[in-house]
Ligand binder design. Sequence first.
Ligand code: ATP
Length: 683
Amino acid sequence: MNIRPYERSILDVHGIGEEKAKLFEGLKLRTVGDLLEYFPFRYEDYKLKDLQTAEHDERVTVVGAIHSEPSVRYYGKKKNRLSFRMLVGRLLVTVTFFNRGFLKNQLSLGAEVTVSGKWDRHRMTITGTELHKGVMQQEQTIEPVYSASGTVTSKMLKAAISSALKQFGADLPEPLPEAVRTKYKLLNKQETVQELHHPSGQHAIKQARRRMVYEEFLYFQLKMQLFKKNQREQNSGQSIYIKSEHIHTFTSSLPFPLTNAQQRVIQEVIKDVASPYQMNRLLQGDVGSGKTVVAAACLYGVICEGYQTALMVPTEILAEQHLESLKSWLEPLGKRVELFSGSLKGKRRRELLEELAEGRIDLAVGTHALIQDDVIFKNLGFAITDEQHRFGVNQRRQLRNKGQHADVLFMTATPIPRTLAISVFGDMDVSILDEMPAWRKPIETYWAKHDMLERVLGFVEKELTQGRQAYVICPLIEESEMLDVQNALDVHQILTDYFKDRFHVGLMHGRLTSEEKDQVMESFDQNQTQVLVSTTVVEVGVNVPNATMMVIYDADRFGLAQLHQLRGRVGRGSAQSYCVLLADPKTENGRERMRIMTETNDGFVLSERDLELRGPGDFFGAKQSGLPDFKVADVVHDYRTLEVARQDASALVESNHFWNDPEYSVLRDYLKTTGALDQGKLD
Ligand SMILES: Nc1ncnc2c1ncn2[C@@H]1O[C@H](COP(=O)(O)OP(=O)(O)OP(=O)(O)O)[C@@H](O)[C@H]1O
C-alpha cells in the first residue's frame, strides 16, 4: 500500500538517521507530516535597520566595521561577555554578546560584520543575538525560529524541515476545496507550508498564517459539530410546541418591554423545546441582563402546554431570590410556584412532595434538594439550571431524568468570552444576552487607595443619607477561615463605630447558620440594615434594588470576573449606583485589573481582557477548557476566524457535498482517522 507522504516516517527524510529520529521523538516528530507542520513560533527579521530611527528596545540588524579590539571578560561560573565598538553609518555603538567569547578570534579590527540584537537607544548599545561576518544577503533576511528542546536545536529543525520540504513538499495533500480558498482568498497548502518555513516576506507570513489558522479551526470545529450532530440525533428529547399567545400573555403582564436580546433568546429556546432532539443550550447573560425573566417566559410557556417545570440553583440565597421574582411573575397568571430546598422539612415537605407528584405544582424552584430520589414529578417537561458550571454532569442528568428526557436549559451569569463559549462549549448551542435593559445605568467605578478610607466613608454616608444602602465586601484571607471572619469582624467594628447610631451595620459571613444568614439578608432587604459588611458569600444573585453603593476592600485580591459579579449586586434599581475598589496593588497586573474595572461595565469585555491577562489555559484551567493545543491558531486573537470556521463546519456536516464530493476527501479522512465518525467522544 503506498504510504501517503504525510504518514512516512521521518527516517525517509535525507539527513535524518536513527539517532536524530530518536531526538526528534522528544518533540513528538515521527512522520514527515509532523515535521512539515512543526511551524516556527517566531521569526527574526534581519532586514537592515537605520539606528537613527530605531526605537529603544527594538530588535535591529545592522552592518558596520569593528572599531575597537574585541575584548572578553570572564565572570561568575564560566560566564563571559564579548564586547567591541562598531561603526554603524556615523554612529559608534558598543556591541555586547553574552557567553560567545569564542567569537573573539574570528573578529578583527576594521572587519565588516552583520549584527542582530536588542538596541538600547539611551546607552547606544546592542545586546547581540546573532553575528555574521560580512554583509548578510538580503534574501535571507527573515529567519524562522523553532521552539527547540534541550537536545534538538532550532538549526537542526530548520535543516530537517528544509530537507523534508524538498523531498515531499510537492505531494502535500490539500484539505480545502478550491471554492473555499477562493472565497476566503487563502493560499493553498503547499504555498502555506513553504512560506511558513521559508518566508518570502512579512506579508507572505501573514497570509500563510491566516490560512493555517482557518484550517486548524475548521478541523477542530468539524469534530465539534459532528459530535453535536450525533448527540442531537442520538438523544431523543420530547417535542413541546409552545403557543406564541402564551408567551405574549406573559410578556404583556410585565411592567417593562423585553430587550431584543431577551426576545431572540426566548425564540431560540422555544425552537429547541419543540425539536425532537434533546436541548443542549447554554444561556449566557451578564449580571442583571434579564436571564431570569427569559427563563420565566419559557417556563410559563411549557406550563401552559400542561407540563411541570423546575429551576435548580446552587445556593439557598439564590433559590429564595428566584422564588420571589418567579412568584411575582407567574402567580398572577394562575401558576403555582414552590420552593424545595434544604430548609424544607417534615410535614410541610411531605405535603409539597405529594402535590408535586400529583401535578398540582407547576414550577419547583430549589437547590440540589430537587434531585433527591423522593422528589417525583407527575410530568416534568422542562428544567433550567442556574450557574450551570457549579453542577456536575450527573446532577444535570438526574434532573433531566425526573421527566421523560426533559429538555434542560443551562443558565450562567459568568460571562464566558464568546471565543471560549464557541470552543469550550462548541458541542453546545450558546444563546447570549448581549444587551442590558435600557433603564440600567452603568455603575460608576472608582479605584481608591486604602489611605483614602475616610473620604470613601464620607461618600458612602452621602448615599445613606439619601435613604440608599451599601455593601462592604472583605476578601477571604486564604490562610484560615477564622482570619477571613476576623477580617469581616474588624471592618464591621470600624464601620459600626464610624456610623454610630446614624445607620445600622449588618454582618454576613460563611460561619453563620442559614437561619442567621436569612435574618441578616431579610433585615438588609427591608432596609432595617443600611450597611451590609460581608465576605464574598453575597456574590451570587442577591437582589436589593435600593443598594446603590458597593465598597470592596483589597479589591486587587479578586479576579475580574468575581469583581464584576460583586459589582453587579448594585445597580439593580433605577438610581445611579457606585462601586469603590479599595486597593494598593503591588503588581502591574493588579493595577491593570483595577484600571479595566473602572473603564467598563460590560462583562464580556471584562472577560476578554481577563482572558488576555491570564490566557485560556489559566482562565479555565487547561484541563476542563477542552482546548486542543493548536499549532498556529490562538482562540483569543483569532476568534473571528474561529466563528467563521464554526459556521462553515456546522453547514458542512449537514451537507451531502461534504460527505460525497472528492474535494472533501482529505477532511473526511481526517474525521475517520480521529474516530469522530464512529461517534466517539471528542478527545
Ligand atoms: N427588559 C427589561 N427591562 C426592564 N427591566 C428588566 C428587564 N429584564 C429584566 N428586568 C429587571 O431587571 C432585574 C434583573 O432581571 P433578572 O433577575 O432577570 O436578571 P438576571 O440576569 O437574572 O440577574 P442576575 O444575573 O443578577 O441574577 C429584575 O428586577 C427584572 O425585573
